[in-house]
Design a protein around this ligand. Structure first.
Ligand code: NAD
Ligand code: TYD
Length: 357
């Protein structure tokens, strides 16, 4: 079996659902259930004995050691993290605690477990660390996309904490021989995406008749990857990635934020027209920029294609249509994640039209 951390969050839940749909191998899912973790994301696997959910912290060494000893996974996949840049600006402490200290403690617990495995199992074992393109910093408009050898230049508390965790993972391989793999992916989108991030926030605000807050001039560029493509890339790296290597995962979909927001509006105009016949685009509102806002991310995903034969299956057009449709089909999910804690965040972040002010 495999042990997944953070499997009640956006990407982790998609990964667990896909994993269980595609094979028989069981999953132990360790998740702290922070504001971003949601067991409802896994409702489709309620009662499936191949899915063991455990609420807990990756930094809880006693718990992690006990889970490893009890379930004897052949791999640990680390999705658990604090993941939202704007939250890291308001409060970096949790990011250091989970992304840096938590990853360190997880690595230590896994190393102890791995050290004691019989030779064959020890050789087959993998620790796969899920990271981000944000560790590479920001690109100018004509710079080539990030390759795996781009220097680390993180600019936000979030990306600095992820960069630190990547370095720890690398060091545990070089120093202790732990069989690690690291993936650095671009911005994901798709089902179960928490509506604090750009795409789901725009969909839920549009439908609620609220402003669509675009930071600064809206010309920041991100490379968008459909979450199910990310999951297939991780499965591929786990199966065939070279030990100690990092693999960039991207969707070959660089787009400025304003174009993303307009695309979402156009899809909603077609699928769920506003009662007054106007476009949702009339709700777009430019707000104060994010401090230290990275201008452009772009992933060069040729290494994973060349070495492992992975390519994204979705185009942005197909992926965004599925995503908007998913939100239209799941109003109860949207309603339930917009809890008191969510409303407090929205108030803190967007009050007065100022982002992270
Ligand atoms: P998310 O915020 O939706 O989910 C994170 C999950 O981790 C939640 O379920 C949360 O409860 C859990 N968690 C947080 N702290 C924990 C702890 N200490 N112990 C155990 N569980 C804990 O994040 P996501 O978007 O699903 O991202 C998953 C991973 O992918 C993260 O490592 C993130 O840095 C990385 N990533 C995300 C994106 C993206 O676009 N979402 C892009 C690149 C990389
Ligand atoms: P986000 O989804 O937070 O991902 P990241 O910051 O990790 O790339 O934001 C994506 C882009 O959208 C980023 O350039 C910030 C911008 N953005 C807005 O313009 N308005 C918003 O309300 C949010 C949440 C993000």
């Amino acid at each position: 079996m495999i042990l997944v951390t953070g499997g009640a969050g956006f990407i982790g839940a998609n990964f667990v659902l896909d994993w269980l749909a595609q094979g028989d191998e069981p999953v132990v899912n360790l998740d702290k259930l922070t504001y971003a973790g949601n067991r409802e994301n896994l409702a489709a696997r309620e009662g499936d004995t191949r899915h063991v959910f455990v609420q807990g912290d990756i930094g809880d060494t006693a718990l992690v050691s006990q889970l490893l000893a009890q379930h004897r996974p052949r791999a640990v996949l680390n999705f658990a993290a604090e993941s939202h840049v704007d939250r890291s600006i308001h409060g970096p402490g949790d990011f250091i605690q989970t992304n840096v200290v938590g990853t360190f403690r997880l690595l230590e617990a896994v190393r102890t477990y791995w050290d004691a495995l019989p030779a064959g199992e020890r050789e087959a074992f993998r620790f796969l660390h899920v990271s981000t393109d944000e560790v590479y910093g920001s690109l100018a408009p004509t710079d080539p996309a990030f390759t795996e050898t781009h220097r680390y230049e993180p600019n936000s508390p979030y990306s600095a904490s992820k960069a630190a965790s990547d370095h720890l993972v690398r060091a545990w391989h070089h120093t202790y021989g732990l069989p690690v793999l690291t993936t650095n992916c671009s911005n994901n989108y798709g089902p179960f995406h928490f509506p604090e991030k750009l795409i789901p926030l725009m969909i839920v605000n549009a439908l609620a008749g609220k402003p669509l807050p675009v930071y600064g001039d809206g010309m920041q560029v991100r490379d968008w990857l459909y979450v199910k493509d990310h999951c297939s890339a991780i499965r591929r790296v786990l199966a065939a990635g070279r030990l100690g290597e990092t693999y960039n995962v991207g969707g070959w979909n660089e787009k400025p934020n304003i174009e993303i927001v307009k695309t979402v509006c156009a899809l909603l105009d077609a699928l769920r027209p506003r009662a007054d016949g106007q476009s949702y685009a009339t709700q777009i509102t430019y707000v104060k920029d994010r401090p230290g806002h990275d201008r452009r991310y772009a992933i060069d995903a040729r290494k994973i294609e060349r070495e492992l034969g992975w390519k994204p299956a979705e185009t942005f057009e197909s992926g965004i249509r599925k995503t908007v449709q998913w939100y239209l089909d799941h109003p109860e999910w949207v309603q339930r994640v917009q809890s008191g804690a969510y409303r407090e965040w929205v108030q803190k972040q967007y009050a007065g039209g100022a982002a992270a002010a």
